[in-house]
Ligand binder design. Structure first.
Ligand code: GLN
Length: 284
């Protein structure tokens, strides 16, 4: 049966009632297949859809109905004003991670020359965004997953920074780098405590990689393994910036000051919801 854009929008919105933002999801999926903007849908609401278009839209709406996050269906997600390719093997970029990039911007001037590492790069958002904002910076992005590295490397090509970011497949909780080799180390490690993951939403648990999220019983396993190596790999006065769990701020500040005296000036930044979100520290 033939349908206009507006009729299809209404049907899809109803079908998606159980997911977050059904109307927005319906608009994004239809606009994706028609290769137009959401505004174009409204401007051309009476246009009749071809049966090939209808069947493609049907396939995507069925995936969304099953809870698949919109970013995986569309294959991309915006981060810090840039579009990043994403797929089920990598975590979907979260807006709160943008605070980490803002904190880097506060510490380095736009023309600064520096060497950085991004540990557990996933889709490459941190490494690629930093390389884009700092044209004289060079970086190494590490991930254990070959699939993530392929996506991250494609993102570095899309954003024109592949000559300044290298990708390394490795376990970033092991010693990786020569002592005192980096001016900046950034990471958004897994930090979700197991008990919290067990009650996370269907969208997260069924579609996003568990290995990018869970870090042991209290969510701090990766930090414990990571910090001694980070401390060694940073140059003197080098900065370490990590995204952290909202419940970890005080505990991490204590961990830093008690166990790694080479780190000083340990600061916590909050996100827009008022939760502890970023830890920033410098090495002596
Ligand atoms: N903020 C993410 C979430 O709660 C966790 C990201 C991470 O573990 N690095 O889903």
């Amino acid at each position: 049966m033939s349908q206009s854009i507006i009729e299809l929008l209404q049907v899809c919105e109803q079908r998606l009632f159980a997911v977050d933002s059904p109307r927005l999801s319906a608009e994004l999926l239809i606009a994706h297949v028609l290769e137009c903007s959401r505004l174009d849908l409204v401007l051309n609401k009476d246009r009749m859809l071809a049966s090939a278009e209808l069947s493609q839209i049907e396939e995507l709406v069925a995936r969304r109905e099953g809870g698949e996050p919109i970013a995986y269906i569309l294959g991309s997600k915006e981060f810090f004003g840039l579009d990043f390719e994403v797929a089920q093997g990598v975590l979907i970029p979260r807006p709160e991670t943008e605070h980490l990039v803002e904190a880097v911007q506060e510490r380095f001037s736009p023309d600064a020359e520096f060497l950085f590492a991004d540990l557990g790069t996933g889709s490459g958002i941190l490494a690629v965004t930093i390389a884009t904002l700092f044209p004289n910076a060079k970086g190494v992005a590490v991930d254990l997953s070959p699939e993530a590295l392929k996506i991250a490397s494609r993102n570095s090509v899309t954003h024109g920074v592949s000559d300044r970011v290298s990708f390394v497949q490795a376990d970033f909780t092991c010693p990786l780098f020569q002592p005192q080799s980096f001016d900046l180390i950034v990471t958004n490690p897994p930090y979700v405590p197991l008990y919290e993951y067990e009650s996370a939403s269907h969208e997260v648990v069924s579609f996003e990689p568990r290995t990018a999220l869970v870090s042991g019983i209290d969510g701090l396993d990766h930090m414990r393994l990571l910090l001694p190596h980070v401390e060694k790999a940073l140059r003197s006065n080098g900065s370490f910036l990590s995204e952290i769990g909202y419940q970890h701020g005080d505990q991490l500040v204590r961990m830093f000051t008690d166990n790694w005296p080479e780190f000083y000036d340990v600061l916590i930044r909050k996100d827009l919801s008022g939760h502890d979100r970023i830890i920033i520290s410098q090495r002596r």
